[in-house]
Design a protein around this ligand. Sequence first.
Ligand code: PLP
Length: 393
Amino acid sequence: MESAVDELQPPERLLMGPGPSETHPRVLRAFGTEPVGHLDPAFIEVMDETQTLLRETLRTDNQRTIPVSGTGSAAMEAAIGNLVEPGETALVPGNGYFGDRMAEMVRRAGGTPVTVEAPWGEPLDPETVADACAEHDPSVVGVVHAETSTGVRQPEMAEITAAAHDHGALVVADCVTSIGGVEFRMDEWNIDAAYAGPQKCLSCPPGASPLSVSDDAMAKINAREEPVRSWYLDLSLLDDYWGDERAYHHTAPINNVYGLREALRIVHEEGLEARWDRHKRASAALQEGLWALGLEPVVDESVRLPSLITARLPGGLDPGEVVETMRAEYDVEIATGLGAFADEAVRVGCMGYGARRGPVLETVGALGETLARKGIDVAPGAGVSAATDEFSR
Ligand SMILES: *Cc1c(COP(=O)(O)O)cnc(C)c1O
């Protein structure tokens, strides 16, 4: 009998938005590998290898470095839900969308979020963080290293953790859009808990998300008076599975772990620093292409994230219409701006397997044609030409 639903046949899009990014073909093959049981010694070996590679990629020695079952938001909620206890105060950044999400998670953990203000499109100032610590006495300070909503890279991470530690607070860092693409040094910067996602610069489909927690942070979790409100994300329970015991907690998403392991193996082969450099170079070419087409950067160059560029459109064009034409006519996915930039800017990702010559040229080429179609006075190939020049510099 014929099925009522056709065989799966998604369109072939080039994914150059804020994530998911292009999947690496080797990662996709790893996803198709036959699963074994989640307690099989063969899988336990895969777990160990994945943890080792994760530590290397996050630049940490933390024993508790695991893939959380779920997307980046699950790893985020694990970090916040475990570290923030009812009645405690947590500082969250006010300069982007993901700080707001942190605040909501703090509230649901029973804590009180206090926003450290900075304008959208700018980073936090460590002095403002220090002042807020002195005023509010938080137990946790949240910071977004790579703010995907605006394209800001938070500099001075070590200064921020120093300010928090001076006041006895632990630091939770969001490195979802930096892991494997933008310089991030968990231990050197004294970060207590860091979470990430696989579908940005690691070029792995979403579903198993990196989380690393220091011994100090784990000591706070183990000393909690009230159990973590989420059973699923309770790190003291997850320790039984990912720690020495290897006891059942929940069934790990076997194939997601296979995929993440392969993505991290690729990072290891390429070299982390070479990879940071590749993202910088591909992003520089992408940016030259955008500026040649008349777009304008929203974020100052000194703190601009290589992996996500927010750019104002010329001629008052509607970002939603540009994104729609790019998708429908050219099969290229980019995204509109958010918050303060929603009506005027697009966001273009330069992540992982997409941070290469081919995808960058295809994106700026499609954008040039889109702008020309919409009546902007620009040579459609101007972006490709400028990006090519930058690549061959
Ligand atoms: C994508 C992203 C998240 C959320 O990850 P999901 O996988 O969508 O749950 C969190 N923080 C930042 C900075 C992100 O870019």
